[in-house]
Design a protein around this ligand. Structure first.
Ligand SMILES: C[S@@+](CC[C@H](N)C(=O)[O-])C[C@H]1O[C@@H](n2cnc3c(N)ncnc32)[C@H](O)[C@@H]1O
Length: 272
């Protein structure tokens, strides 16, 4: 791995006396680092003082699941906007059934064309969606238009690290409808600044959310799934269909790369 040790170990160093037993080394590395759960994203929203009476835009909100969470946690009104009709239809059903559904609406739209008037929202919440956006500058300008003066954006995104090889990046972006440039953190920060936003905070979550999930019984075993999909590829393609197979397998690798530091999760707060 590019930024790790480059001096090769000898057989003696590898198998000789380390001064520590293998089992003890495993026990030490097996200790939890007490990672935060993915709900730490909501702590970031809470720290901005979002509450009852506030209006939040969840851009790229898929089936409004986060919009419903935000409404339940903070009592705010939330508009979830997504370009995929299928997501909107699912979301509409979930909103109707949810205890806080009266605070949530969902509409078809994109970050480049947000179905809301100027100066509407106290917060724009963008979780794991900017990677799909071709025109980031245009999207941020549109977010600025619908934000009230002094409003903020909470962005969760994934960026490439020097460990991600160009071929890996090209393959992942192709399979997951990602714009390759969006993985570039420097370009992201430059575009944010050019759109008239200031970066207030960057939380390098890295693998914490995934560690937390894997430390629980129900954590998704992506490495195991990736291995199975690779070993019995043709049968899985027949059973799932080609596109679901490609998305599921690339998503497995995306998640594994986030675990091993080829990709890095960050939560960024920006303000107009
Ligand atoms: C990985 S999902 C994340 C969904 C949700 N934010 C979450 O965290 O669960 C990415 C979402 O971005 C949406 N999306 C893609 N391009 C978009 C665009 N140009 N504007 C707004 N949303 C977009 C997709 O339809 C999808 O629902």
């Amino acid at each position: 791995m590019a930024d790790e040790h480059t001096d090769p170990l000898t057989v003696e160093q590898m198998y000789g006396d380390w001064g520590i037993e293998w089992e003890d080394a495993l026990a030490i590395t097996g200790r939890s680092l007490n990672p935060r759960p993915r709900t730490s994203l909501y702590d970031t929203v809470g720290a901005l003082g979002i509450g009852e009476g506030d209006r939040v835009l969840d851009i790229g909100g898929r089936d409004a699941a986060q919009a419903l969470d935000l409404a339940e946690r903070f009592g705010c009104r939330v508009l979830s906007v997504d370009p995929v009709r299928f997501n909107i239809d699912f979301g509409t059903e979930d909103i109707a059934k949810h205890t806080h559904g009266h605070l949530v609406e969902n509409e078809l739209g994109t970050i480049g064309r947000i179905p809301a008037p100027d100066d509407t929202f106290n917060l724009v919440f963008a979780r794991d969606m900017l990677g799909h956006v071709e025109d980031l500058a245009g999207g941020l300008a549109e977010c600025r238009r619908v934000l009230k003066t002094g409003g903020a954006m909470v962005i969760h995104d994934v960026f490439a690290t020097p460990l991600l090889e160009p071929k890996e990046s090209a393959w992942l972006c192709g399979e997951l409808a990602q714009v390759p440039e969006r993985l570039n953190d420097e370009l992201f920060e430059q575009t944010v600044a050019e759109a008239g936003f200031t970066i207030e905070a960057v939380d390098r979550v890295a693998s914490e959310w995934l560690e937390h999930s894997l430390e629980s019984e129900t954590g998704e075993k992506r490495l195991l799934l990736a291995a199975r999909l690779r070993r019995d590829r043709d049968r899985f393609i027949e059973e799932l269909g080609e596109i679901p197979f490609r998305v599921v397998q690339a998503n497995n690798l995306w998640t594994i790369y986030r675990m091993i530091g080829k990709l890095e999760d960050r939560v960024v707060v920006i303000r107009a």
